[in-house]
Design a protein around this ligand. Structure first.
Ligand SMILES: Nc1ncnc2c1ncn2[C@@H]1O[C@H](COP(=O)(O)OP(=O)(O)OP(=O)(O)O)[C@@H](O)[C@H]1O
Ligand SMILES: [Mg+2]
Length: 244
């Protein structure tokens, strides 16, 4: 088992500075076939994400949306094809370095027992008060000031003393403290009521144009923010619609 895990050890980021995503992220002919899967999760997919644009990925359950997001975020390597950020192939140490520039907000954010401040500090221990305040405002999470001890309020195991929408916004603030180039939201609002969804949508709208955003959602207000909507079916892109 040790040999097997050693064999798949990721190279260190080394001296590679992470790519910044100043121009575009390009997935060329990428294929992913998970072990035991009856068919490829992604099958020769081509997609270009322009820097500072907002792209929405839609499609039925199992169509490959999260797989594509994992590739773009450097969490997964394709079995075939290439991924490049500003012309730099995402492989080896670069892939690992790139991950530090990616903010990934998933359906169930992982918060820790501790205060809001402690949760935020995990992303960037050196962030000063001003930086933290900016991240909270950018994430529409200024509600923190109304908690009993403000930013020092303990939020319970997994943040359970907060609503789902509040947890999402703390998770978003935390991720913004890492100064990401790419923000990925995977079904980030699917479990939220419409008021909580609206506050996330407002936060994302304010971030548009400042960084590159990849939204995965089945429908709704988040998809409506996108410049371009790409639909996947059975691991292939079946339609692309430019909105703006
Ligand atoms: N780790 C894995 N191991 C094996 N198969 C996987 C794995 N992850 C995804 N798959 C398979 O790959 C295909 C695409 O999955 P993916 O998670 O990308 O779909 P999705 O479009 O995000 O769906 P959903 O809307 O339900 O989140 C599915 O058939 C899924 O079962
Ligand atoms: Mg998914």
């Amino acid at each position: 088992m040790l040999d097997r895990t050693e064999a798949v050890r990721e190279p260190e980021p080394g001296q590679n500075p992470p790519p910044e995503l100043k121009r575009e992220l390009v997935l060329s002919n990428v294929g992913v076939h998970f072990n035991g899967g009856p068919r490829p999760a992604l099958d020769g997919t081509n997609l270009t994400l322009s820097a500072r644009s907002t792209l929405a990925l839609v499609g039925a359950s199992g169509s490959g949306k999260s797989t594509l997001a994992d590739l773009a975020g450097g969490l997964l390597s394709p079995d075939s094809g290439t991924i490049e950020v500003d012309g730099i192939p995402l492989s080896g140490g670069v892939q690992r370095a790139w991950r530090a520039k990616v903010a990934y907000v998933q359906q169930e954010p992982l918060l820790f027992h501790g205060s809001v401040r402690e949760n935020l500090a995990r992303a960037n221990p050196s962030a000063d008060e001003k930086r933290i305040r900016c991240a909270l405002v950018d994430a529409s999470a200024a509600f923190v000031d109304q908690l009993p001890q403000g930013i020092d309020t303990v939020i319970g195991d997994g943040g359970r003393r907060l609503s789902g929408g509040e947890q999402q916004r703390i998770a978003l603030a935390r991720t913004l403290l890492r100064d990401p180039s790419l923000l990925i939201l995977d079904e980030a609002t699917s479990a939220l009521d419409s008021a909580s969804e609206a506050s996330i949508v407002e936060a994302i709208r304010a971030l548009q144009g400042k960084l590159t955003i990849l939204i995965i959602a089945h429908r709704g207000a988040l998809v409506a923010l996108a410049d371009r909507v790409v639909e996947l079916a059975d691991g292939r892109i079946v339609s692309e619609t430019a909105i703006k």
